[in-house]
Design a protein around this ligand. Structure first.
Ligand SMILES: [Zn+2]
Length: 215
């Protein structure tokens, strides 16, 4: 056992003794608000931006490997449209348009609330890029609020992948978000993701922290 392991073992032993005195654990998580955005396949990026034109990162997101692209596109629905919608990289296996319920009303589409990647039965929409257009036959969704969680956090508090929890946000517009899904992966940093409707409902400010409650 090296010094580092020794310190870790000591900390864990002290923690086990102190924990019962501290009452139930306070599980906190930082919130991030996601605006409307699109994930694209390479095939669709070829059409929208030009054959082989790479997505350009202008900022890293909190999730490792995920980034904001310089590229922007139009999203055109039957009743309305949004210009300059942000693309998030890297490229995905399926193109996915994530909007708020308010956005959906303005566009005139009726997307279901879904976890990322669960696109069966979702409506389509038209995407307009500088080089071409894509008529999606599916892929529009309102993101189901979720917590990206590193396994170290989940193990510490006895939480598991796909578990649903409530998250209490304090403040002037205090809200408890029920039906929040945990997504546990070593590829994740621990953050809760809400959309702009949810962000406005709870008076979101950058750095805001919520408390995870069993559900
Ligand atoms: Zn997320």
């Amino acid at each position: 056992m090296n010094d580092e392991q020794l310190v870790e073992a000591l900390v864990e032993r002290v923690w086990q003794q102190v924990r019962p005195l501290a009452g139930p654990p306070v599980m906190q998580v930082e919130l991030e608000a996601s605006g409307r955005h699109v994930h694209v396949t390479r095939e669709h990026a070829d059409i929208l931006f030009g054959k082989g034109v790479p997505l350009t990162s202008i900022a890293d997101l909190s999730q490792p490997g995920q980034f904001v692209c310089r590229e922007r596109i139009g999203v055109v629905g039957p009743k309305g449209e949004f210009g300059a919608v942000v693309i998030l990289g890297p490229e995905r296996a399926e193109t996915q348009v994530e909007i708020s319920a308010t956005d959906a009303l303005m566009l005139g589409v009726k997307p279901p609330v879904r976890l990322s990647g669960d696109l069966a039965g979702t409506p389509g929409i038209r995407l307009v890029g500088p080089a071409g257009e894509v008529e999606l036959d599916h892929g529009v969704m309102v993101a189901l609020r979720h917590i990206h969680m590193h396994p170290s956090y989940a193990e510490r508090y006895g939480l598991r992948d796909r578990q649903q929890v409530s998250v209490r946000v304090a403040g002037e517009r205090a809200v408890t978000f029920d039906n929040t899904v945990l997504r546990v992966s070593p590829n994740f940093a621990t953050y809760m993701h809400i959309d702009y409707d949810e962000a406005n409902a709870c008076g979101f400010k950058k750095g805001m922290v919520g408390t995870i409650l069993p559900q």
